[in-house]
Design a protein. Structure first.
Length: 291
């Protein structure tokens, strides 16, 4: 083969393949691997269809019964405390207790308190203003002055160490035995001081020094009449134990004081001052020019 012949063979196209007569030749195109179909632009894939689960068939087995809840038992109060078995209200409980129904209808009623000092009572065509301190002082004085009455002496958990004036200290120590009848127990602890180990149960701890100071003054100025001197001492103790003007009191406490005044048990304080004054309807209407 010459170079010329070789180049001609390379340049000549190959003859098409012809199958012999009677043979069947099948051509298959290559198959591309399967791909996940993607939505065309503007199209959204179909949402999955939710198929509800068929209801479960009822079981013939019975569910175990629940155990009953244990009963709650209220704690028993200590033996030294009084337990009041009161009926529970059927409706909602009010923030303030309801006024108790009186045994009999009273011709008066407490309608309020002015300046935390004067109880206002309405009775018919008049208003009464009761000085709660003066009225309560009289109530306490009458209780202390009752025959054979001895105030309950309360021993102080922490004795009160107090240094009075030399004059008051001498008077108090000289009348220590008499003071025990009123519930006081005092003793000399030296250095010009005394220790108060007990006091009447109705007297506040903070009022003990001032009460003893006034008692010492009463003893120093005491009269020759023992009964009058005792009354003077009781005046002082009743004044210290009474409710004070400006003090906040419960409505029930005001009712007790007003009842004592309205029933005539209290008219004047131990010093002789009236405990109540009144304002009639006519006087009130006159102030407004209605008459």
């Amino acid at each position: 083969n010459s170079p010329v012949e070789m180049s001609q063979k390379a340049a000549a196209p190959e003859a098409p393949f012809l199958a012999p007569a009677g043979d069947v030749v099948t051509f298959r195109s290559p198959v591309a691997p399967a791909e996940t179909a993607r939505p065309r632009r503007g199209e959204w894939p179909a949402a999955p269809v939710w198929t509800p689960r068929p209801p479960a068939e009822p079981s013939s087995e019975k569910a175990p019964a629940e155990a009953p809840a244990p009963a709650v038992r209220e704690a028993e109060p200590p033996a030294d405390q009084l337990r009041l078995d009161l009926p529970r209200p059927a409706g909602p409980v009010s923030a303030l207790p309801a006024d108790p129904a009186p045994a009999e209808e009273r011709p008066w009623r407490v309608i309020g308190e002015a300046m935390r000092t004067y109880i206002i009572v309405e009775q018919g065509d008049r208003l009464l203003f009761i000085d709660k301190h003066a009225a309560h002082e009289r109530m306490g004085f009458e209780r202390l002055r009752a025959q054979d009455y001895r105030p309950m002496s309360q021993e102080l958990l922490r004795p009160l160490a107090w240094q009075p004036s030399p004059e008051d200290r001498a008077v108090l120590l000289a009348h220590a035995g008499a003071l025990e009848e009123f519930g006081f127990q005092i003793e000399d602890i030296g250095a010009g001081a005394v220790a108060v180990r007990a006091a009447p149960d109705f007297l506040d701890y903070a009022d003990i020094p001032s009460t003893l100071e006034e008692l010492a003054e009463r003893y120093a100025l005491g009269s020759a009449d023992p009964a009058a001197q005792r009354d003077e001492l009781l005046h002082t103790m009743a004044c210290k134990a009474a409710v004070k003007g400006g003090q906040v009191n419960a409505p029930q406490e005001l009712e007790v004081i007003a009842q004592a005044v309205m029933e005539g048990q209290v008219t004047h304080c131990p010093h002789g001052r009236p405990v109540a004054t009144q304002l009639t309807r006519k006087q009130l209407e006159k102030q407004f020019g209605r008459t």
